[in-house]
Design a protein around this ligand. Sequence first.
Ligand SMILES: [Zn+2]
Length: 420
Amino acid sequence: MGMNPQTSLATHRRSFLKGVTAGALGVAGSHWLSSPLMAAAKPQYRGPNVILIRFGGGTRPAEAVNPDPNKNFAPYFYNVLAKRGTLFKNMMIDSFTPTVGVDTSHGQGTMYLLTGKYEKLKGVSHDPDFKKKHPAVDLQLFDDRFESKVPNFFEYFRKSFDVPSHQSLIINSEDRNNEEFYTYSLHAGWGIDYKCEALSLYRYKTWLLRQKIAEGKWKDKELEKKKQELAKLEKIDFRREEAQGQIPELKRFWERWRAYYGDTGFVNPRGDRLLTELSIRAMKEIRPKLMMINFQDCDYVHWGIASQYTRAVAIMDEGLKQIVAACDADEEYRDNTIFVVVPDCGRDNNSLCDVPFQHHFNTKAAHEIFCLIAGPKRFVAQGKLIKSAVDQIQVASTVGQLMGFKSEHAENTVLAPAFA
Ligand SMILES: [Zn+2]
């Protein structure tokens, strides 16, 4: 019986490790797992790309899957893209174990999508080990920042296939720095070696400040001030592992962004339009195979003005249209990309509340969302509308099935009606 390639690589690795002193191995630590030698043991990824669009923060079916054109603010999503896939109009948050009680909010919902599991999530500052691990960090800042205990779909993906971190990508908004923490989980055996990368205006500002310091733009006292500013900015991502800034692929991305938009941060699009722009540029320049886009402007309705919400749904719908068009115009993405469109949470439907459209009171409407899986007909069932109830934590294992990786800690019942 011949030796299979994996066995011979493992043997090779063992004999190679024998030659390394214990001290050197200790320094290298977990990075052995991501060394080129080990990566070669994993297969190349040849399946379809998946782009998950978080249709958030907090969107009700009433404004997106409503057949009444006067009440539907996502006409592209509902009338055009839905024809290219399967629409689950009755997705719920936590329909399986409603007694456990989960929070219907943005960070939590995003985590449930990523991991396929409901966890009672507490801000990282509640972790008794946190202070030990990050003594320099101001705990107050981290109350709404979550770290998952189970792996997310990016980690499953990168553990199964030889995919560089920048080709599994989260696009984050400008003012939710807590979302910088979704790149990897705390689960033993997964975690940082399989993390994804994130693009956001926060990352750009950090890169730019570091870059300008290196360019010698400031001197003496001003330079000291800028260095402190950078340290403060970088501390927001307390898990940041690159001491010298971001990885080369992202540095090059920001160099081109700077050349186009300049230094001010005011010329580029803002809000969810910025996320659309980042996503389309990322597709052209970084070529992600798995990407999650965290739209969020609907949430400005917390201030109580309904038109801000419906307008944000419409802007998101326009962004979705542009992203799909960019994909259709690209030879490698066209006919080889699946879109998953799903909100992080719903919104209250009681218009008699003092401030309508909230989502923190655990009402049924805050649990009610929807999900569209759209893509080429060899992967996805076309033009189907599914009325039976499905659950938000089924999304992660469905992404896994579409891309061919196992998600062993996620809810394992997939959204089967969507498969071709
Ligand atoms: Zn909110």
